[in-house]
Ligand binder design. Structure first.
Ligand SMILES: C[S@@+](CC[C@H](N)C(=O)[O-])C[C@H]1O[C@@H](n2cnc3c(N)ncnc32)[C@H](O)[C@@H]1O
Length: 241
């Protein structure tokens, strides 16, 4: 399949989509609503400005992560992110959680794992341009203390370390079908009622495997409420055991 994105030329990027809306049945979204609470949230903006150089995630999705973690900060369960890259979204989640509970940060630090035929762009190994040290530096800069880095393919390599934990937030940002499926299957029974699994990548044409997976899960998983946010997130909220 041809490359969907080109970041080199913004004009080209838009023109490209106008041509291809029919072919892919996808479009660039420009909602007509204007309410933008992130622009009035000084604490969020201060944190976002500190992390934005370390994240691939835009301000809309970052604000949603911030809000979810803020609202669940008093729940006694952990936060887990799989797909940390340089630590930007992880740091946002941790700051919004105010060190109230541990944050587990899982990444191969060697790039995307388990790309397969359901994935239209990713081949494996992308986003390897990071390190444990980069994430530690960001956490130190933001004075986050209760965080734990797990290096390796999750859950295959190190999930037994977290076997007995429960989670209130799981942020899955791994770009490809098989990785996301394995992570979800591991974490779902460990989510508390009211806990949220956030799928990054759901609304992105370059991540067809994630769109497929989340649609399958939304149709099949009982006791879950599914939300498609047009910022690109898919949310599965656990409503019962
Ligand atoms: C798009 S990046 C994450 C972006 C990050 N959340 C941010 O704030 O920009 C995807 C990451 O997922 C990691 N990854 C993919 N599959 C994984 C797996 N099964 N276990 C651990 N890490 C994985 C890759 O190494 C890569 O760093």
């Amino acid at each position: 399949m041809e490359k969907i994105y080109s970041w080199d030329n913004h004009h080209y990027y838009h023109a490209y989509w106008e041509e291809r809306e029919q072919a892919y049945r996808q479009s660039l979204l420009f909602p007509k609503s204007t309410y933008s609470p992130w622009l009035n949230d000084e604490t969020f903006l201060k944190t976002y400005n500190a992390v934005k150089g370390n994240t691939l995630v835009d301000i809309y999705r970052c604000y949603e992560l911030w809000q979810i973690a803020s609202r669940l900060k008093d729940q006694k369960a952990a936060i887990i992110e799989v797909g940390v890259w340089r630590g930007g979204t992880a740091a946002l989640l941790a700051k919004a959680n105010r060190d109230n509970s541990p944050v587990y940060l899982c990444d191969t630090f060697e790039g995307v794992a388990k790309a397969g035929e359901k994935d239209n762009q990713y081949k494996g190994g992308e986003h390897a341009d990071t390190s444990v040290d980069m994430v530690q530096q960001l956490m130190q800069q933001l004075e986050v203390t209760d965080y734990h880095i797990l290096k390796g393919i999750f859950p295959d390599v190190n999930a037994e370390l977290l076997q007995d934990k429960t989670f209130k937030i799981c942020h899955i940002d791994v770009d490809v079908y098989e990785s996301a499926k394995d992570i979800f299957n591991w974490v779902w029974e460990r989510m508390i009622v009211g806990g949220v699994v956030v799928f990054d990548d759901y609304g992105f044409a370059a991540c067809a495997g994630i769109t497929q997976l989340v649609n399958e899960l939304a149709a099949a998983i009982p006791n879950a409420f599914f939300v498609h946010n047009i910022n690109g997130h898919g949310l599965l909220i656990k409503t019962g055991l």
